[in-house]
Design a protein around this ligand. Sequence first.
Ligand SMILES: [Zn+2]
Length: 138
Amino acid sequence: MVRYDPLTPAERSERMSRIRNADTKPEMIVRRLVHGMGYRYRLHARNIPGNPDLAFRPRNKVIFVHGCFWHQHGCRQYRQPRTKHSFWEPKLARNKARDAEVIRELRGRGWGVLVIWECQVGKEAALRRRIKRFMERK
Ligand SMILES: [Zn+2]
């Protein structure tokens, strides 16, 4: 029996690449790591300032996973876009200002905040140590 694929080859390939991308996204990697370490979290909690990527309510802690470009890390991975400077610059500056604002507000309300940058996600052992330290901090 021949299985009928409702998608065209182009659609199929587009969908597969999307799945692959979702899987390798820094946020997914961090989620898997944190979950594997035995911590349970809520995703994008809407009632916490900044809707943190991961929230640990009983511990009063949140983790943000930031893309180096969108959040202006200033690392080597981050590149200033060469085109449309006038378009990107205010947008990225706003992102950065909003991040700082959110972190200030969270800390002011007693939340522990950990920001994990995209460029740090590949170093798993170091990341694991950092998460553990953060989660165990009083
Ligand atoms: Zn970075």
